[in-house]
Design a binder for this molecule. Structure first.
Ligand SMILES: [Zn+2]
Length: 342
């Protein structure tokens, strides 16, 4: 069984003001308020400069123009002050201010609350510009479409049955056992770009040996693609986009009726992948980050959720059992997660 613990970052940001946070730390008495702005010594790096730290009340954000050289919202402030991750900061704020915003399992967010969140939206164009100019070179390169298609793939390999994939799923994703070329002896998984063009085959070694688990063609950059984005992108915009790590997590959720699902092909989100998700979403979109319940997944999901929360609603799915992966979810659990049949 799994349990969903959802943290709605934007609800936290909406409910708590910077003034409340400063009061919580007993810092307001050391600050000077002048109209919309509050200035004082930076409580994070604890310097002496009396104007290093600035808060905009209307924008509900802060900046340190000295040592920190950064700023952000209430979550960023608490995360920096407590030296914790953004989800942990969100949980602290929920606790300190007794917020009633953590949705229980399967419960949807209130659309009414989301619509009123203009503060966050107002800040967006500026942030987008800033982030665009900081986009790394990586984002500009691309994987060229493959000039060929692998033929004669065996679609009834025992490994596919072992992974509990139905023949329809195998067909949808175009999987098969390959007997020739670099992927000989492997299950190949076609990877498409957002336009649906085939850009590579991943080769999964069927079984546990000391062979490399996955093989990718030389020159292929998986950091530039999101597995299944071409299909997931065609799903209705009001459905949540589920982000998982692996091919099989993705295919299994799809098989269970969660069609709007993409895989990172690893446990990190590259800037290019973040850009692709940004193109797929707007400020009303919901994203569910559902990584493996292991150390890598636990570490990565907090950072990924924080980055995505800048432009859409993010929920983090946690599994109760250590070691659980999305592909272990039952049909019913997946249905609960996405809120009914799709
Ligand atoms: Zn500072």
């Amino acid at each position: 069984m799994s349990k969903s613990t959802f943290i709605d970052f934007r609800a936290v940001k909406r409910e708590v003001t910077m003034v409340q946070v400063l009061e919580h730390y007993g810092l307001m008495s050391q600050m000077k308020q002048n109209g919309d702005s509050i200035t004082g010594a930076c409580p994070i790096h604890e310097g002496n400069g009396n104007t290093a730290f600035r808060v905009s009340i209307s924008k509900n954000c802060w900046n340190c123009f000295s040592t920190c050289g950064c700023g952000g919202n209430v979550l960023d402030f608490v995360a920096k002050k407590e030296r914790v991750s953004l989800p942990k900061a969100a949980r602290l704020l929920v606790e300190w201010f007794n917020l009633k915003i953590e949705a229980p399992e399967g419960e949807k967010d209130s659309p009414r609350q989301e619509k009123s969140d203009s503060r966050v939206r107002d800040k967006k164009p500026m942030k987008r510009e800033a982030e665009k100019s900081a986009a790394p070179e990586d984002e500009k390169s691309e994987n060229k479409p493959l000039g060929f298609v692998l033929k004669d793939l065996q679609t009834e390999h025992p490994y596919l049955a072992e992974r509990r994939l139905f023949p329809e799923t195998v067909q949808t994703f175009g999987l098969g056992f390959c007997q020739k070329g670099m992927h000989a002896g492997r299950i190949v998984i076609p990877i498409h770009n957002p336009k649906g063009e085939l850009v590579a085959y991943a080769g999964r070694w069927p079984g546990d040996t000391d062979k490399e688990k996955y093989l990718f063609p030389k020159g292929f950059k998986k950091s530039l693609e999101l597995f299944n984005l071409d299909r997931a992108g065609k799903e209705p915009s009001d459905k949540p986009l589920v982000i998982v790590e692996g091919f099989f997590d993705c295919m299994m959720l799809h098989q269970h009726g969660c069609r709007k699902v993409i895989a990172l092909m690893g446990s990190s989100l590259s800037p290019a992948q973040e850009g692709l998700i940004r193109k797929q979403t707007d400020s009303n979109s919901h994203v569910i980050v559902m990584l493996d319940e292991d150390e890598a997944g636990q570490n990565a999901r907090e950072e990924i959720a924080g980055r995505l929360a800048k432009f859409c609603f993010v929920k983090v799915h946690l599994f109760e059992e250590p070691g659980t992966q999305p592909e272990h979810l039952s049909f019913e659990e997946v249905q609960d997660l996405i809120g009914g049949a799709s």
